[in-house]
Design a protein around this ligand. Structure first.
Ligand SMILES: [Mg+2]
Length: 366
């Protein structure tokens, strides 16, 4: 579908409670929404967070890159020509993957809506349901254990627990959570680069008795040797997150046997087009993928849900962040019901509109 207009706008959605991970605390979801207009009058919708600590992009830089650099270059293109559009975006500006991802999502949504197909069908149509985990931010062990029990009662079958602050206390956190929830629920960990390699090996081994499904990004993103050392030293599968942004990163991790699993995030890799490449490279090497998120609204969560449902090799999902938000600016599309997104027959992602005026940055939403 011929693209007639692309525009990006910022929104701010307050969170139910502050969310703490190893590198900082978030209290408001500051997001970008992208609208891609087709000449048939349909509008594709995408979005992203301002993931400064992961991609180096701020909300302001993303707005500038989309509205002033990417949009003018893509006007008049056909939204289904994603091979060409992805190449164009990479040619005119290096990196800036969150900005590119938001545009890519809006264009995939526009193309699927124009084809009259749900996006997951457009992308391969492997499944129509997706279970997500729910993430526990870092807190005192007793508080995390209590929250874990509440989440189990709400129907979540997998908990993702943030660790990586203090190794001894991290072991205490997992022990307390496991004691509270029992062994009929999966626990995956995310250290968000918080440990050094030997510290990671020691800590993960100390946690093994609590039946850990996997551990994400135990060491700093740049330390591929350290990541490989951890992967080879522990029985718990290791997942690369901040160390894996691009398809090229995926190849490096495979060659160096540095991880067992890959966490794909659209804002890290540049969108659905690149995410498909990562999933297929990983599949060819026998590695499964998870799809994850930043603190984002359903405008950018749902494209990831559809991606995971379109692709066989995305076997896990951590797409819970819209549930942390006080209010939902996104109208239409699937919501989580008993830990599962059920996708229907609506074209594209199913999102019809964003109630953007209610969530303007600095606005009066409470
Ligand atoms: Mg992670």
């Amino acid at each position: 579908m011929k693209i007639t207009k692309i525009r990006a706008a910022a929104i701010a959605v307050p969170m139910k409670k502050p969310f703490r991970v190893a590198y900082g605390t978030t209290t408001t979801a500051r997001n970008i929404i992208v609208y891609a207009h087709g000449e048939n009058g349909l509008i594709g919708i995408g979005g992203t967070a301002g993931p400064e600590k992961v991609t180096g992009e701020s909300l302001e830089s993303i707005l500038y890159v989309i509205n002033e650099i990417l949009a003018p270059a893509l006007l008049g293109s056909d939204s289904t020509d994603m091979e060409k559009i992805s190449a164009t975006m990479d040619k005119i500006i290096i990196k800036n993957t969150a900005a590119k991802a938001a545009v890519d999502m809006a264009l995939y949504d526009l193309s699927a809506k124009s084809a009259g197909l749900p996006l997951y069908k457009f992308l391969g149509g492997y499944k129509d349901e997706l279970e997500t985990d729910y993430t526990l931010g870092i807190d005192e062990p007793e508080i995390m254990a209590k929250e874990a029990l509440e989440l189990k009662a709400r129907g979540f079958k997998t908990l993702k627990v943030k660790v990586g602050e203090d190794p001894c206390k991290d072991v205490e956190r997992i022990k307390k959570i496991r004691e509270e929830v029992g062994y009929d629920i999966k626990i995956r960990l995310d250290a968000n680069q918080g440990w050094k390699p030997k510290e990671a090996i020691r800590t993960i081994k100390a946690m093994e008795e609590y039946d850990i499904e996997l551990v994400e990004q135990p060491v700093p993103y740049w330390d591929i040797d350290g990541l490989a050392k951890v992967t080879k030293s522990v029985d718990v599968p290791v997942m690369a997150d901040e160390s894996c942004h691009t398809p090229q990163d995926t190849i490096i991790l495979i060659k160096r046997e540095a991880a067992d699993l890959i966490n794909i995030k659209l804002s890290k890799c540049g969108g659905i087009f690149k995410a498909l490449q990562i999933a297929h490279i990983a599949e060819s090497a026998g590695m499964e993928c998870m799809v994850g998120c930043m603190v984002e609204t359903r405008a950018s969560i749902l494209p990831a849900v559809h991606l995971a449902c379109g692709v066989k090799n995305i076997t896990r999902a951590d797409l819970d962040s819209a549930m942390y938000l006080k209010g939902d600016p996104v109208i239409g599309g699937a919501v989580v019901n008993n830990a599962v997104f059920h996708l229907g027959h609506e074209p594209g992602t199913g999102v019809v509109k964003i109630a953007i005026d209610d969530f303007l940055p600095g606005g009066g939403h409470s």
